[in-house]
Design a protein around this ligand. Structure first.
Ligand code: COA
Ligand code: AMP
Length: 630
């Protein structure tokens, strides 16, 4: 498959001699103190990269580009059709804004190692605050705005921030979402009490301020710029919570050194983006794609990044993406397949792209969920450029499998995110930990050590890190995805093998939804399963068994459960469908067979285990698991 062999050579070297490969990649980064050890396995399985090195991520993203004479280059473009606002920042302007906001944070007592929680919409201040946190050597934790106060409170208690940053509101289709009351509620629920909340007032909703609240603009007005604080390469840059199989989210830790090196490497070698190029990741800063490819990746390589506040459809119409690409000369775009499905639904022939000059666009990257062949073909047909699937996770921070467009473009196979990226020794294992044959499905695992930029551990929970990821197969990280690798080395990711689902590219835990559903007074037991949805890929559906004697109208039950999940987890959970069933499939010992249900829903049914209590239960469930109602 390989044309020039650049990929094969890079991959082989990364696995055979990781120290040389990643040592060389680290030269793309400015170090205050060069690393002593590239790959440090002294505390395995907690591998560390670039031990002994010291750097500042904000310096690498901003200061060094200005110092090199590129201060006038565009760093950040904010485009917000939902508020009818556009704003640009050159590297020099962004650096000024970040240095001053960092000064403001320091005046509130934030120092290296302190945590800052952000609960913010897609505004430039969110990017500025993340970089300001990095500048101080502090640790940010961004919580997606679609999560409810309870979820925010859980994260505040785990991260124990000194300061929380928020805004008066976010804008969702047809409604202004007031964030401040949700923040206040979260702070009531949380045990940990941050010193202050800094609140950005947006004209769409003015928030009532309390005693512990500081106005964002007032803080900026009274602050002085501060310099970068060098930190250890292995010190945390951020913690990003993601859904696990239980209700408690996992705090994915990202360190400074490995993160900077791996993102700079991926920008050039995977996304083919360098200084001055315009890169647009249409995601949200609350997700890993937003961290890696809206904020840090493009800036680390001196590119221009786009911050888009809005949806692909609705405001004003399904031509919004084409307008943005043409207006800013976007070279490569990154989003989730669901965004293209949304456009296709509204404008099946992409008629709205007429009149826009899309000649700048060389590549479309899609990730976050499986790229179904229909969406792949539609996007390829309407754009006439390579449409590149790439597979990764919050845990890894950058692609595990991709088509390395900058290193060596590979032929595309629809349905596959192409080949394994350097540093990842990916193997497909059967249930006994034995590698399966080419083309055979199994558990997709990565042999330790994971490459730079991937999670070194979970925040304050080394034990859970090992239990969650390293305990199934010795010396392997379990991705939680099932799939195969064909004889050309192409990876095929078929879906999660656990209780995590992907709804519109958003990762959610069915376990946390079940925990809410189970609290309904009429519910005896329940299972929440991801069923196929034409737009969002998957949507959660709750299957509930009523308590004996419970007398409730199913429509009322559904309404109450949907409201409870929205209130506890947030609208992003997108649970809209609740069905009452006479029984759930169980083993004779009473364990609910969620895996069997998931298999039916995914269209990959396995033979039900011989321990199933009553096989006829599955006959009732089968149509309900397959029919998404779309
Ligand atoms: N703040 C508050 N509420 C939010 C929110 C936020 N930041 N983000 C989403 N929500 C709400 C939505 O308003 C919606 O509420 P509703 O049930 O009252 O309509 C709910 O959470 C579900 O949101 P979503 O799943 O995004 O559905 P949607 O119908 O609003 O939009 C898409 C669907 C496909 C257009 C949209 O999800 C999309 O563009 N996704 C692709 C890009 C992306 O985000 N990728 C993420 C990782 S790459
Ligand atoms: P997140 O941590 O939110 O990035 O979600 C990671 C999960 O999304 C992965 O474990 C996969 O299940 C799924 N995923 C992401 N990208 C892809 C892809 N390109 N193909 C298939 N599944 C994907």
């Amino acid at each position: 498959m390989s044309q020039s062999g650049a990929y094969a050579a890079a991959y082989a070297r990364s696995i055979e001699d990781p120290t040389s490969f990643w040592g060389e990649a680290a030269e793309a980064i400015d170090w205050d103190t060069p690393p002593v050890t590239v790959l440090d396995g002294s505390d395995a399985p907690y591998f560390r990269w670039y031990s002994g090195g010291r750097l500042n991520t904000c310096w690498n993203a901003l200061d060094r580009h200005v110092l090199a004479g590129h201060g006038d280059r565009l760093a950040l473009v904010y485009d917000s059709p939902v508020t009818d606002t556009k704003q640009t920042f050159t590297y020099a302007e962004l650096l000024d804004a970040v240095a001053i906001f960092a000064g403001g944070l320091r005046s509130l007592g934030v120092e290296a190692g302190d945590r800052i929680v952000l609960y913010m919409p897609m505004v430039p201040e969110a990017v500025i605050a993340m970089l300001a946190s990095a500048r101080l050597g502090a640790v940010h934790s961004v919580v997606f705005g679609g999560f409810a106060p309870h979820e925010l409170a859980i994260r505040i208690d785990d991260a124990t921030p000194k300061v929380v940053l928020s805004a008066s509101c976010g804008i969702e289709p047809g409604r202004v979402v007031e964030y401040k009351p949700m923040l206040d509620r979260a702070l009531e629920l949380a045990t940990h009490k941050p010193d202050v909340s800094v609140v950005l007032q947006r004209p769409e909703a003015i928030a009532a301020m309390g005693e512990r609240d500081v106005d964002w603009n007032e803080l900026v007005a009274r602050s002085e710029p501060v310099d970068c604080v060098p930190v250890g390469a292995t010190d945390p840059l951020y913690v990003l919570y993601t859904s696990g199989t239980t209700g408690k989210p996992k705090g994915i830790v990202r360190d400074n050194g490995g993160h900077a090196v791996s993102l700079a490497w991926s920008m050039r070698n995977v996304y083919d983006i360098g200084p001055g190029d315009v890169f647009w990741a249409a995601s949200d800063v609350g997700w890993v794609v937003g961290h890696s490819y809206i904020v840090y990746g493009p800036l680390l390589v001196g590119a221009t990044t786009l911050l888009y506040e809005g949806k692909p459809v609705g405001t004003p119409d399904a031509g919004a993406f084409w307008r943005v690409i043409a207006e800013y000369g976007v070279k490569a775009m990154f989003t989730a397949p669901t965004a293209f499905r949304a456009i296709k639904k509204e404008d099946p022939t992409a008629s709205l792209r007429a009149g826009y000059d899309l000649s700048s666009l060389q590549t479309l990257f899609l990730a976050g969920e499986r790229l179904d062949p229909d969406t792949y073909h539609w996007a390829t047909d309407i754009l006439g450029i390579p449409v590149i699937d790439n597979w990764w996770q919050t845990e890894t921070g950058w692609p595990i499998a991709a088509n390395p467009r900058g290193l060596e473009p590979m032929p595309i196979k629809p349905g596959s995110p192409t080949v394994v990226m350097p540093g990842y020794d990916v193997q497909v294992l059967d249930e006994f930990g034995k590698q399966v044959a080419a083309g055979e499905e199994g558990n997709i695992c990565i042999k330790l050590p994971l490459p730079p930029g991937t999670l070194p551990t979970l925040w304050n929970d080394d034990k859970r890190y090992v239990e969650s990821y390293l305990s199934v197969f010795t010396d392997f990280y379990t991705t939680g995805d099932g799939g195969s690798i064909d004889s050309d080395g192409y990876v095929f990711v078929m879906g999660r093998t656990d209780d995590v689902i992907n709804v519109a590219g958003h990762r959610l835990s069915t376990g946390s939804m079940e925990a809410v559903v189970a609290t309904h007074p009429s519910v005896a037991e329940c299972a929440v399963i991801g069923v196929h949805d034409q737009l969002k890929g998957q949507i959660p559906r709750a299957f509930v068994v009523l308590k004996s004697g419970a007398d409730i109208d199913p429509a009322v039950l559904q309404r109450e459960i949907v409201t409870a999940v929205r209130d506890e987890i947030g609208p992003v959970a997108a649970l809209k469908s609740v069905v009452v069933v006479p029984a759930l499939p169980k083993t004779r010992s009473g364990k609910i067979l969620r895996r069997t249900m998931r298999g039916i829903a995914d269209g990959r049914p396995e033979a039900p285990p011989s321990t199933i209590e009553d096989i006829s239960v599955l006959d009732v469930l089968r149509p309900l698991l397959r029919d998404s109602g779309d």
